[in-house]
Design a protein around this ligand. Structure first.
Ligand SMILES: [Zn+2]
Length: 127
């Protein structure tokens, strides 16, 4: 049996198994990781990682003033909430808070922009 005998479904299962093993190995081999190390392991830039940290999106271990990570815990945590965060369709910046029905369908907006797309928006030009 070779890899080419595998169906796409088998390949998916295999990929999952490999991913699990990789996570296990990293967790076992690498003690706790620093921010820079973690950013490479989970393929996220350090600035992005800092943002996630600030938003409390990562399980973190503090040792004195150091911030360290258990890579396995981080990977498990990220996998659990891997749905992409919805962002406002108007400013494309803030998280979605409102689902506003309009003539063009429902528009997801943040807490600021919903006024401008709602049925009572009044189409104001200018500021
Ligand atoms: Zn917005």
């Amino acid at each position: 049996m070779t890899l080419s005998d595998l169906s796409p479904v088998d390949m998916e299962v295999l990929a999952d198994m490999v991913a699990d093993r990789v996570a296990d190995r990293l967790a076992n081999r690498r003690r706790l990781l620093t921010r820079h190390e973690l950013s490479e392991v989970i393929n996220v830039s350090v600035p992005k990682l800092d943002t996630m940290l600030r938003d409390g999106e990562l399980p973190v271990i503090r040792v004195g003033r150091k911030v360290l990570f258990d890579p396995h815990a981080v990977i498990t945590h990220m996998a659990a909430k891997s749905a992409p965060p919805a962002t406002c369709e108007v400013c494309r910046n803030e998280p979605v808070v409102h689902h506003v029905p309009t003539d063009n369908g429902v528009v997801d907006t943040c807490d600021e922009c919903w006024r401008f797309v709602g049925p009572n928006s009044g189409q104001s030009d200018g500021e």
